[in-house]
Design a protein around this ligand. Structure first.
Ligand code: ATP
Ligand code: MG
Length: 590
């Protein structure tokens, strides 16, 4: 098909939008593909909509090919099913809630496990009906705390979500595999450089889960990779605990004066100055203790102390992922006032007399969890719960016993991968897709049971799978754009070819139309810049708009030549007018 730029509903902008944080956002707005209506809410203009539709088509084709059936469920949903699974509460502020005229609570769907489960329950009753996979490509709503980077994190966005229903675990495994394979084909076709990483299940619940991340330096997700093939979202890294040490070898616990040493670094300095030993004292011999208030969605709270090696910090994202939908916030001075037994700056699990200070069975009753590196027999320097005093030789399993393990310390470049596959490297990515084995949580909560072979009622097991369709538009733009504008791959470009008619001579416009007509007949989509604008404006706009092949019909026409440009590589070649069509077809891979 052919479109004329003179009538296309588009305006390129000279300036970056004020809120543009990443190149894809800047260029999608400046090229007139999308327009902001409210934070995280965008309109799709003709060029943007064409790219969105192409992404949808790829996703749809691959979902259909793997045997899933397309449906379309409402975005406007009643509260009750989400109440039954507790997500009305668990989703917290991220849920867009509203009331109808009768005062009934409703919501705009952030994801649709509940409604799919209920619909299958209504219609199916036997193992013979399974396995079943359903999908939709639909607008989702989440009141994100930080809508960001245009389409990358919207409050209204397009997702492909699918759900699988199986009678048993083997069935779920097969459905999960089929989705995983389909996702691999989708992301290959989108041309994204991606990695598949182990993920946390988050608010969704369930067990096995993996994410597809587009590798991108502006991505919000951090992931790790090892030479031996370990790959995980940093939130999902579970470090391997070292072996326990014999308690007999542990040193005795003793008090050291550490005047004014309220930080790990200060304690290390005092020890090296006043209590030098063979090897210098280092931060990783210290036990750092931090206290948090865990706030649950239902409004209740509980204190929690975390102990970790002194050279590590709590990683905010890892902490968030572990507690979601609850949140853990650091104790405030007011919180500490309620626990006079705690000596801020000199805190530790025990005092010099050996009395427990942290832990459910202690003076404070504050639950105490430790980093997996803190195993039985390890000994530490930590606060003595007395001003200006620390304890050395505080031994886990002898002097203190924590209530549990919590793996939320920062993961660092070079840390050993948990599976022994070598040192981990850190990189950033954009989450493009997420596949979950949900198991029976939703089916149980909503009563989805079918009769098995023996006529016994069994609970169905489910999977849930998402692709960020609108996010993919931005992720591809992010991966391909340059300092001049967008730069689409052939598969996703709104038009594969843009023809610039430059000059005043009528023959230039006629020739541009003729070439466009021939290309269109060969199945290419062509945008003709037929505006009465200067060549400079047309060149600049063609670079911003980002069609992969650009044909310039202008001054050269008098000599019988036109220019064919490859937008991505910048390569240009002059070709005889008669060869223009074949040159373009070749670039287009036809
Ligand atoms: P994130 O960690 O980025 O917030 P999520 O884990 O909440 O995403 P899922 O619930 O797994 O996301 O949703 C499935 C897919 O939908 C994601 O992999 C992502 O591609 C897309 N997606 C999620 N939230 C948004 C959003 N706010 N804007 C655009 N796409 C989104
Ligand atoms: Mg996710």
């Amino acid at each position: 098909m052919i479109e004329k730029l003179s009538r296309l509903f588009v305006r390129t902008l000279r300036d970056d939008p004020a809120d543009a944080e990443v190149p894809s956002h800047r260029w999608l707005v400046r090229a007139g593909y999308i327009r902001r209506v409210a934070p995280g809410v965008y309109s799709w203009l003709p060029l943007g909509l064409k790219v969105l539709r192409k992404v949808e088509t790829i996703v749809r084709e691959e979902m259909v090919a793997m045997g899933a059936q397309e449906v379309l469920f409402p975005a406007l949903l009643p509260r009750e099913p989400y109440e039954a699974t507790n997500r009305w509460t668990d989703y917290g502020d991220n849920l867009f809630r509203l009331k109808d005229r009768r005062g009934a609570d409703m919501l705009l769907g952030p994801t649709h496990e509940e409604i799919f489960t209920l619909t299958v329950k209504d219609m199916y009753s036997s193992y013979k009906d399974l396995p079943l996979s359903l999908f939709q490509i639909q607008t989702k709503y989440r009141d994100e705390a930080r809508p960001r980077a245009g389409l990358l994190r919207g409050r209204e966005f397009v997702m492909k979500d699918s759900y699988s229903f199986d009678i048993d675990d083997e069935g779920l495994d097969a459905s999960y595999r089929a989705h995983r394979d389909a996702y691999i084909r989708i992301f290959e076709r989108l041309g994204l450089e991606y990695v598949i990483v182990s993920a946390m299940a988050g608010a969704m619940g369930g067990s096995a889960s993996e994410e597809f991340l587009a590798v991108a330096k502006n991505g919000e997700d951090t992931f790790v990779r090892s030479p031996g093939g370990y790959a995980a979202n940093v939130e999902a890294v579970r470090i391997a605990a070292p072996e326990a040490l014999p308690l007999d070898d542990a040193p005795t616990m003793s008090v050291v004066d550490t005047p004014d040493a309220r930080s790990i670094a200060a304690v290390v300095d005092v020890l090296n100055a006043e209590h030098a030993q063979d090897q210098p004292w280092t931060a990783d011999q210290m036990l750092k203790n931090l206290v948090f208030l865990v706030k649950h969605p239902d409004g209740t709270t509980e204190p929690l102390a975390i102990g970790l090696p002194g050279d590590r910090d709590v990683d905010a994202k890892r902490l968030e992922a572990v507690f979601e939908p609850s949140v853990a916030v650091p104790f405030t001075p007011e919180d500490f006032e309620k626990y006079p037994a705690l000596n801020v700056g000199f805190m530790g699990p025990v005092d010099a007399s050996g009395a427990a200070i942290l832990g459910e069975e202690s003076a404070t009753g504050i639950r105490y969890v430790v980093d997996p590196r803190v195993v039985t027999g390890t000994h530490w320097v930590t606060g003595a719960n007395a001003v200006d005093q620390h304890l050395t030789g505080v031994t886990m399993g002898r002097d203190f016993t924590p209530d549990g393990v919590l793996d939320v310390a920062d993961v660092r470049e070079g840390d050993a991968a948990p599976d022994g596959s070598g040192p981990m490297q850190l990189a950033r990515g954009i989450e493009m897709g997420h596949i979950f084995q949900l198991g029976r949580r939703y089916a149980e909560a909503l009563g989805l049971k079918v009769l098995d072979k023996n006529g016994k009622l069994v609970t169905v097991t489910m999977g849930s799978y998402g692709v960020g369709v609108s996010r993919a538009v931005a992720a591809v733009a992010e991966a391909t754009c340059d300092d001049k504008g967008l730069c689409w791959p052939l598969e996703l470009a709104p038009y594969q070819v843009q023809i610039l008619a430059t000059g005043k001579d009528i023959s230039v416009f006629e020739e541009a139309d003729r070439i466009a007509g021939e290309l269109s007949e060969r199945g290419l989509d062509v945008l003709v810049d037929d505006r009465k604008a200067s060549p400079g404006v047309k060149f600049a706009d063609s670079e911003i708009l980002g069609m992969p092949i650009i044909v310039v019909v202008g001054r050269g026409l008098a000599d019988g030549v036109v220019e064919v440009r490859n937008r991505a590589t910048g390569e240009r070649s002059e070709v005889a007018v008669a060869d223009a069509v074949s040159a373009v077809l070749e670039l287009a891979g036809r």
